[in-house]
Design a protein around this ligand. Sequence first.
Ligand code: NAG
Ligand code: NAG
Ligand code: NAG
Ligand code: NAG
Ligand code: NAG
Ligand code: NAG
Ligand code: NAG
Ligand code: NAG
Length: 551
Amino acid sequence: MMENKDLEAEIHPLKNEDRKSQENLGNRLKNEDNLKSAAAQSRLSRCRTVAFFLSLFICLLVVFVVSFIIPCPDRPMSQSMWRIDYNAAVTYDFLVMEDINKDKIRDVVFLYKNTNGSNSSNRSCTDEGFSSPCVFMAAVSGANGSVLWERPMVQDVVLVECTMLQPSDSKTSSACILVGRPGSFLAIDLLTGETLWNHPSSFGANTSILSPLLQVPDIDSDGAPDLLILTQEGKEVSGSIYSGSTGHQIGNRGSLGMDGNSSPLLHITRTGAHYILLPCASSLCGCSLKDLYEKVTRKDAPFKSDPHWENMLNASTHRLLPSSGAVRYLMNVPGKAGQDVLLVSSEACVLLDGQDLTPRWTLEAAQVLRKPILGHYKPDTPAVVIENGTGIDRQILLLDLRSGAILWSQILPSFPGVLPSTSLPTADHRSAFFFWGLRELTDTNEMDPRDARHSLYIFHPTLPSVLLEVANVSANTVAFNVILLESSRHAAYVLLTGPASSDVPGLVSVIKHKVRDLVSDSRVIHLDEGRPDSDQAIRDRFSWLRYRSEV
Ligand SMILES: *[C@@H]1O[C@H](CO)[C@@H](O)[C@H](O)[C@H]1NC(C)=O
Ligand SMILES: *[C@@H]1O[C@H](CO)[C@@H](O)[C@H](O)[C@H]1NC(C)=O
Ligand SMILES: *[C@@H]1O[C@H](CO)[C@@H](O)[C@H](O)[C@H]1NC(C)=O
Ligand SMILES: *[C@@H]1O[C@H](CO)[C@@H](O)[C@H](O)[C@H]1NC(C)=O
Ligand SMILES: *[C@@H]1O[C@H](CO)[C@@H](O)[C@H](O)[C@H]1NC(C)=O
Ligand SMILES: *[C@@H]1O[C@H](CO)[C@@H](O)[C@H](O)[C@H]1NC(C)=O
Ligand SMILES: *[C@@H]1O[C@H](CO)[C@@H](O)[C@H](O)[C@H]1NC(C)=O
Ligand SMILES: *[C@@H]1O[C@H](CO)[C@@H](O)[C@H](O)[C@H]1NC(C)=O
């Protein structure tokens, strides 16, 4: 403003002379006023500064006092490695991780068969009415491997499965169901090891139980999901339903009217109907839960059936779909809307739409002898890991679950009986994959399987040309998992080893390692010559991988 006026005055010097002198007077008066108010303002701002620093000081004082006087809550220290041994024992393919002692670190539950418990247990087989040796269930602390509880449970184990038996808001959340031989059927509270219910089982000596046990929606309205056990006697498959909270049988045993001898699956169609799917000779067979329920109870079922599925089902043979080759595995996988079904047969892998069972994609010419596992190769896009073949030319294939496109493949020789692969979600919305394979990726032809060491390899999709060899085992391995023992903290590797044959007792061990500690001593394997990264840079990238809890 002032500048403009001055400019105007320069252009018209005479015309503005008078006005200018008047203005100057006015300005001077105004300036005096301004000076006075400025002095007042500076006093005020000094006050403000003092007040500001005073309050800042008080704040800092409070922060320091609080942080020194009130200590952080103690997080229990998790040992980077622990190991627990049992001599002259036998173990089973069963490993469950759950926080039992409520220290925010998941603990490890497993089974072993032995004469005595561990050194710290005072319960023996005879105390529980079994002859020696019998099957113990043990829970050990995930933090340091100390025994939390252990008890003889059954004489011999036929089937074991841990599920949520109670509604999740209830205190006792997880339970393990055990079917024992001879004739016991019981549920164990996972947190205490105490028996929730125990009944003599009605399964005959010639009856085999199809694993897994299926969980069906609450039928007896006690708030807990119920249990469906499928059994096979001769060629016939039957189903029995049990109350989850009491273990009492609901109705009688009912025949499904089909043959079949392996892994049943409970599938929910997009219309909300429950179907039991079962591999039967070169086909996929099925039966609605509604039909089975009506057969066993002779009452109207609280379940729906799906008219489209009823049309597809052959009423006399219960065939749903023909399949090329014998069906080996059935699994539910997440689809775009609801669950789809992945069917693995001796000839191909097929993703079936969860509602109309049409194939979405088919992978031909794959010899899959291992149940596939799921993970994420691209962020938030489900992928499936398929092992093609066993032995020297075993190939690991990572497929996009939506399209069936091969994302990554690698030859990774192994001997039959190697532990299954596993995956763990990482913070970048992908997964780290853990594969077992022979240590030497080549020259395995003349190797004696008994001298073979299997190594554990980590793979992450952001480093597709690298495998990291993190561990090796020579002992007979029974079960294994990589899991977040502490949420958003360290991933741990838990390995259960034991004798190969259940007739010859030997050393049974449970071993836990932090994955990051294994990474720092690992061997980097370059799958191609492309990347110039140094081995140490690659180890660092793996050791900074952030894992996240399963969703
Ligand atoms: C089992 O425990 C008893 C007493 O503690 C002991 O005498 C016996 O040798 C133990 N048996 C085995 C096989 O460890
Ligand atoms: C039992 O004690 C023996 C000898 O002290 C030890 O080697 C073994 O690891 C202990 N086992 C368990 C399960 O604590
Ligand atoms: C084992 O010890 C606990 C206490 O340590 C005791 O309550 C329990 O009765 C004992 N059990 C047997 C079978 O001796
Ligand atoms: C293991 O940790 C538990 C707490 O989680 C503690 O009570 C116990 O004394 C520890 N045992 C050992 C052998 O450090
Ligand atoms: C079991 O099968 C065997 C032979 O297959 C037969 O001799 C026996 O009687 C059967 N037992 C029962 C309880 O059905
Ligand atoms: C059911 O299967 C049997 C034997 O394969 C066949 O003879 C019959 O025609 C089928 N029924 C229907 C309705 O498709
Ligand atoms: C599976 O392995 C066999 C034998 O190594 C090979 O011929 C076949 O092409 C592989 N299948 C796929 C889908 O890669
Ligand atoms: C097996 O792993 C250990 C470390 O866990 C390592 O020292 C050893 O060299 C490995 N052995 C073989 C044959 O790779």
